[in-house]
Write a protein that binds this ligand. Structure first.
Ligand SMILES: *Cc1c(COP(=O)(O)O)cnc(C)c1O
Length: 393
């Protein structure tokens, strides 16, 4: 079987380790800030880019590089860059491609700090933005201007799990000469590969499913072209938000079980979503694997599984939310997602509290909205935990 025909489940296991014979099966952690040159000329040649090699770990580090190569292969991209967090990835992306006077079209259902980054920090630098319901193609189309440099979406989106049509938005963005980036954190490359659907750039928070063990903060940018890679590498080197070697080692270890974990996340979440949808205290449930999801058909077409995140609205609003979150035993009351343990949180007062209230309401983040990240525990234990906690509501 030729190398590029390998299934992604196999790539997860084998591309997260060094490929050559006679080397350790698991990558060493190159815990070094700098690399010695063989002689004067070697140092000068490395800096001139005449020979490949390592100079300084903010520029390139072997452990981090192995992770970058692995992520590029999992996403079907050309190259990737690992960053110190998902936010560092988004910041590096925008700082590379957008200048004063440029415009960004961003989905309103994105990670809270992404909205803040664009609306507050980049706005201050003269980069304007329009936030749209990215599941509505007309809204996306209308928002595009001749100055639009970047279209940025998250699908499934945070925290409402709205699903947007990657292929269709790629066409709209490209028709206007804009770049199209997709934050693929919620799906992971196991369930969705935006570059194959027409996106130019994929963003990840490695903190979530890719690492999967709630012990690393990291991010990544995956690119399709060498030109984009070189531009981003320069920005990342100058802004400095690089991933540390030990963190890269942990994410590589996490990736080995990514395919297995995603399968269990999806199976567990499907059963829990079905349980919640029938529960009398729950107003509605948003989960891409339920036929009641507004973009159920699109999710089936674009993703190979529904993922591990569920959002739902309690009939009792804010008070009910507070009671539920104080009553679970297995579901840990914490933000973040994509780890082996199940988590529960309240977006309006936690992950999305930093969003301007008008944009928050527009994005459907109401006071009774709960988001859960379903882990890999035994599903009946998780359902029983939610059941007893809902009785306290
Ligand atoms: C967590 C998250 C981010 C930010 O990543 P950090 O690693 O926390 O900086 C960005 N996008 C999505 C969808 C996320 O869930």
């Amino acid at each position: 079987m030729s190398e590029n025909k390998l299934h992604i489940n196999t790539l997860c296991v084998h591309r997260s380790s060094p490929a050559t014979r006679g080397s350790p099966v698991v990558s060493p952690i190159y815990e070094t800030s700098t690399f010695s040159f063989r002689d004067f000329q070697h140092g000068a040649d490395l800096f001139a880019g005449k020979v490949p090699g390592y100079i300084y770990s903010r520029m390139l580090n072997p452990t981090v590089e192995l992770l970058e190569d692995c992520l590029a292969q999992l996403e079907g991209g050309h190259r990737s860059l690992a960053t110190s967090s998902g936010m560092a990835a988004i910041q590096t992306l925008i700082a590379t491609f957008c200048s004063q006077g440029d415009h960004i079209v961003c989905a309103e259902s994105v990670y809270g700090p992404t909205t803040t980054l664009i609306k507050k920090y980049f706005q201050r630098l003269g980069i304007t933005s329009t936030f749209v319901d990215s599941s509505n193609l007309n809204e996306v189309k209308t928002a595009l201007t001749p100055n639009t440099k970047l279209v940025f979406i998250e699908t499934p989106g945070n925290p409402t799990l709205v699903v947007s049509d990657i292929a269709a938005i790629a066409e709209l963005a490209h028709a206007k000469g804009a770049l199209f980036a997709v934050d693929n954190t919620f799906a992971s490359p196991i369930l969705q590969q935006p570059l194959r659907l027409g996106a130019d750039i994929v963003i990840h928070s490695l903190t979530k499913f890719l690492n999967g063990h709630a012990d690393v903060v990291g991010g990544a940018i995956v690119l399709k072209t060498q030109e984009h890679y070189e531009l981003l590498r320069k920005t990342l080197n100058h802004l400095g938000g690089v991933l540390a070697p030990f963190e890269a080692f942990l994410v590589l270890r996490g990736i080995k079980t990514l395919a297995l974990r995603m399968q269990r996340h999806c199976e567990n979440a499907q059963k829990i979503a079905e349980f919640l949808e029938k529960h009398p205290k729950v107003k509605w449930v948003r989960f891409p694997g339920l036929p009641s999801h507004p973009q159920y058909e699109l999710a089936k077409k674009q993703m190979s599984g529904p993922g591990g995140l569920i959002s739902f609205e309690l009939k009792g609003g804010f008070d009910a939310a507070q009671r539920l979150l104080n009553s679970t035993h297995l579901f840990i009351l914490a933000v973040s997602l994509g780890g082996v343990e199940s988590l529960i949180q309240h977006p309006a007062s936690m992950t999305h509290a930093s969003m301007p209230p008008d944009i928050r309401t527009q994005a459907g983040i109401t006071d009774g909205l709960i988001r859960i990240s379903v882990g890999i525990e035994e599903v009946n234990d998780l359902i029983n935990d939610l059941d007893q906690a809902l009785q306290q509501v």
